[in-house]
Design a protein around this ligand. Structure first.
Ligand SMILES: Nc1ncnc2c1ncn2[C@@H]1O[C@H](COP(=O)(O)OP(=O)(O)OP(=O)(O)O)[C@@H](O)[C@H]1O
Ligand SMILES: O=C(O)[C@H](O)COP(=O)(O)O
Length: 395
């Protein structure tokens, strides 16, 4: 596999697939720019070599063609600031305007194409669409790890039209760090899985049972386990059809000698809102009409004690509804414990993308853990052992 390090971009127009699928607020301000910052090394290398960069990405999941809400033009001010130069914008990713702008691009210049998903052909992996994209550049660079689990035109199919397919720094770092966890985990290895649904995490949980010493489960998915074991969960999140599966996981963990740790108490609310009335109750004793929205103080003590003694940590998914400050205590406490283990115990800590990454970044801890992944689904699929189409296309 060719990598950015070993490739000389002098005089080349690099067509770079990035994952600029970043969260925007109502005024189109970027609320977490991790994915943009992550691409600085790759783009800087291209420009410093004397090449130019044509950036292509998706944003959101537009259904009906061009939509203001999903336009990548909203990223231009941030990109220009990040790269310290004007970033040009093509208001279409193919067609005459994109072709002309790409053709006139000079060494050291950056061009951003409009949202690829404004064409349904992108997600379909349409070959003719991929070929049109390929005409814009001389070499294809894939640095979109966050979208590498999609076999789309720009992430995979386009590769066949280039002699030179180059793996970017983000992609390399993501794979290297995930492999450290999968293949070289120092013990004790503790995985913390949270978030809303068991169904999204089941494959990774099963895979982890083969490698971890302790699996901590928190967040909304714990209530399905509690209910399956006969506990009272009030109106907490429940995947009723996954109760069997929950019991199956517990059984498998026992067989494999993995210690599964779940909350012993929960902060519950009488309404799904930050200002709801709150009470802390033991696990399995949530009254009717109440729902668990965070782990309780005893669980925080239990979980952080385990995390602080770990040598390898994988964290994916929040411990509660951390978007509500009154229910963010558990998630923030885990973030602090991960930092402590990393700094004081020399642990290697990898934070799975999406919500856990924004929780750790918003708490200001992004630089104090070993690695914050830019991938959500992509990281999980990689860790489940799947071949990612975006990686396969580079090989
Ligand atoms: N007890 C709970 N009740 C309801 N929702 C919860 C609860 N705990 C966590 N959540 C919600 O789960 C969501 C995140 O769950 P999800 O399964 O999407 O995790 P994730 O985004 O995959 O994690 P990551 O992004 O770190 O990979 C958050 O929006 C959070 O509010
Ligand atoms: O945010 C992500 O996980 C990636 O950008 C992929 O987006 P998608 O789930 O809409 O394909």
């Amino acid at each position: 596999m060719k990598t950015v390090d070993s490739y000389n971009f002098a005089g080349k127009k690099a067509l770079v697939r990035v994952d600029f699928n970043v969260p925007l607020d109502k005024e189109y301000n970027i609320t977490d720019d991790t994915r943009i910052k992550a691409t600085i090394p790759t783009i800087t290398k291209i420009l410093n070599d004397g090449g130019s960069a044509i950036l292509m990405s998706h944003l959101g999941r537009p259904k009906d063609g061009p939509t203001e809400k999903y336009s990548l033009k909203h990223l231009i001010p941030t990109l220009s600031k990040t790269f310290g130069r004007e970033v040009k914008f093509a208001d279409d990713c193919i067609g005459q305007s994109a072709t002309d702008l790409a053709a006139s691009l000079q060494p050291g210049e950056i061009l951003l194409l409009e949202n690829l998903r404004f064409y349904k052909e992108e997600e379909k992996g349409d070959v003719a669409f991929a070929e049109k994209l390929s005409k814009l550049g001389d070499v294809w660079v894939n640095d979109a790890f966050g979208t590498a689990h999609r076999a789309h035109a720009s992430t995979a199919v386009v590769g066949q039209f280039f002699d030179d397919r180059v793996c970017g720094y983000v992609m390399l770092a993501e794979i290297e760090n995930a492999d450290k966890i999968l293949n070289h985990a120092e013990r004790p290895f503790v995985a913390i899985m949270g978030g809303a649904k068991i169904s999204d995490k089941i494959l990774i949980i099963e895979r982890l049972l083969d490698t971890v010493d302790t699996l901590i489960i928190g967040g909304g998915m714990t209530y399905t386990f509690t209910k399956a074991q006969g506990g009272q969960i009030g109106k907490s999140l429940l995947e009723a059809d996954k109760q069997e599966l929950a019991l199956e996981i517990l059984k498998k963990a026992k067989e494999k000698g993995v210690n599964i740790v779940m909350p012993v108490d929960n902060v519950c609310a009488d309404d799904f809102s930050n200002d709801a009335n709150r009470q802390t109750v033991a696990t399995g004793q949530i009254p009717d009409g109440w729902e668990g929205l965070d782990i309780g103080p005893e669980s925080v003590k239990l979980f952080t004690g385990i995390v602080e003694g770990a040598k390898t940590i994988l964290w994916n998914g929040p411990m509660g509804v951390f978007e509500f400050p009154n229910f963010a205590t558990g998630t923030n406490a885990i973030a602090e414990a991960v930092v402590k283990a990393t700094e004081e115990n020399g642990a290697f800590s990898l934070i799975g993308g999406g919500d856990s990454a924004s929780a750790i970044n918003n708490a200001g801890y992004g630089d104090r853990v070993s690695y914050v992944s830019t991938g959500g689904g992509a990281l999980l699929e990689y860790m489940e052992g799947k071949t990612l189409p975006g990686v396969a296309a580079l090989q």
